[in-house]
Design a protein around this ligand. Structure first.
Ligand code: FAD
Length: 392
């Protein structure tokens, strides 16, 4: 793979809207990605393997629990710093960002928000340091966009619970030490349970043959009469709103992350367009290539402003789930279109692993589907503005 020469586009001087802390956090993450992710990620993606050796580094840049309080091992940062870290990591690779998003928003967040003090103390410091990795089991083989239909269930046996069912498409499943699993009780109410590797009847087979997010490990969670201690139930929130609350936090991170992937594709295509000569001129001098590049920077700039504003609203506890859906949907769509156009600017070279664009393009096919598909987020906006529910 070519050396990482990335220069971040900032057409509307977004940096002027950031605090010194935001810039410090962002710059540290950016430098770490250049040093530790860019040189190795293409090889790991080709091999379809998550680079386990970067876990300590992810913890050090604050990617595990950026906004979790320091007393539990988190970085205690605000929502914009959290977003900027996700942007920088996904600039390197969406699969690496997915690993960090799951750990922070889908594992640490529910333990912090819905767990007991004993659960927080037991799990959060280990997850923040990367000593333990976690995963989040919501999707099932027959329930993706409609998670409320889940059939995974647990029964109260007096001294403990017994969990049965299966989850699929679970990021980090093959190596996670703890899974936050969403299952129905005997009345049909959804609760979160903490299931640890090694519990009898619990297995995590890996999913192979993915053409997307190849540097992220994906697997199933199988529960065959797994005995769960009663203290492993997350007691402070139940119902579908509990997992959806975690998804809000993760989708917000994805909105920032997608900007990172788009920035990398744009920057690569811009540099290439100035160096590649055809018909005696750099291809960047042709109007058709300028149109592509001009539209890319316009869309990136719009997404940067939308997402920064969403971060301010989240810092003020004012952001709605529908506003988060709009940003996730818009930014991932923006990034996937930019990846496609950037790939064309590189001609044949664009399909090779010498450049990051094709990997981003394939990764974004997962990002546009997980955490609510492109269609589902549109319906969430539709419901929010009309008050009419298209899901029923
Ligand atoms: C790489 C990867 C990692 C993932 N990681 C996780 C994870 O860590 N944890 C987890 O729980 N899940 C995870 N997922 C699952 C992901 O969230 C689901 O794939 C997603 O929610 C969509 O579900 P589905 O694939 O079953 O598609 P389906 O729900 O079957 O949807 C298929 C198509 O139908 C459309 N559709 C569905 N309902 C409607 C409707 N009402 N109106 C209009 N169109 C509709 C969808 O938009 C989509 O285009 C991951 C998925 C991938 C690919």
């Amino acid at each position: 793979m070519k050396p990482d020469l990335f220069e971040a586009p900032d057409y509307y001087h977004l940096d002027d809207l950031l605090s010194e802390e935001h810039k410090l956090v962002r710059n540290a993450a950016r430098a770490w990605v250049k040093r530790e992710v860019s040189p190795i990620i293409e090889e790991y993606a080709q091999r379809a393997e998550f680079p386990m050796q970067i876990i300590n580094g992810l913890a050090e840049i604050g990617a595990f629990g950026p906004y979790i309080p320091v007393e539990y091992g988190g970085a205690g940062l605000d929502q914009i710093s959290y977003g900027l870290i996700m942007q920088e990591i996904e600039r390197g690779d969406s699969g690496v960002r997915s690993t960090a998003s799951v750990q922070s928003s889908l594992v640490m967040y529910p333990i912090w928000k819905y767990g007991t003090e004993a659960q927080r103390k037991k799990y959060l410091p280990k997850l923040a340091s990367g000593e333990w990795m976690g995963c989040f089991g919501l999707t099932e083989p027959d329930h993706g966009s409609n998670p409320g239909g889940m059939v995974t269930n647990f029964k109260d046996m007096g001294a403990h619970y017994v969990l049965n069912g299966a989850k699929m498409w679970i990021s980090n499943a093959p190596f996670a030490q703890v899974a936050v699993v969403w299952a129905k009780d005997e009345t049909g109410k959804i609760h979160g349970l903490l299931v640890e590797r090694g519990m009898e009847g619990f297995s995590t087979p890996e999913t192979h043959n993915k053409w997307s997010l190849r540097a992220s490990a994906t697997g199933e969670l199988i529960f065959d009469n797994v005995k769960i201690p009663k203290e492993n139930l997350l007691p402070n929130k139940s119902g579908l709103g509990a997992p959806l609350g975690c998804l809000d936090s993760a989708r917000y991170g994805i909105a920032w992350g997608a900007i990172g992937a788009a920035m990398d594709c744009y920057d690569t295509a811009l540099r290439y367009s100035k160096e590649r000569m055809q018909f005696g001129k750099p291809i960047g001098q042709f109007q058709l290539q300028q149109k592509k590049l001009a539209e890319m920077i316009t869309e990136i700039t719009k997404a940067q402003l939308l997402t920064w504003r969403l971060g301010v609203l989240r810092n003020e506890n004012k952001a709605t789930s529908a506003q988060i859906s709009m940003a996730k949907r818009n930014n991932v769509d923006m990034a996937i279109n930019i990846a496609r156009e950037a790939r064309q600017i590189l001609g044949g070279m664009g399909i090779t692993g010498e450049y990051s664009i094709m990997r981003h393009s394939m990764n974004l096919e997962s990002v546009i589907t997980y955490e609510g598909t492109h269609d589902i987020h549109l319906l969430i906006t539709g419901l929010d503005i009309t008050g009419l529910n298209a899901f029923k």
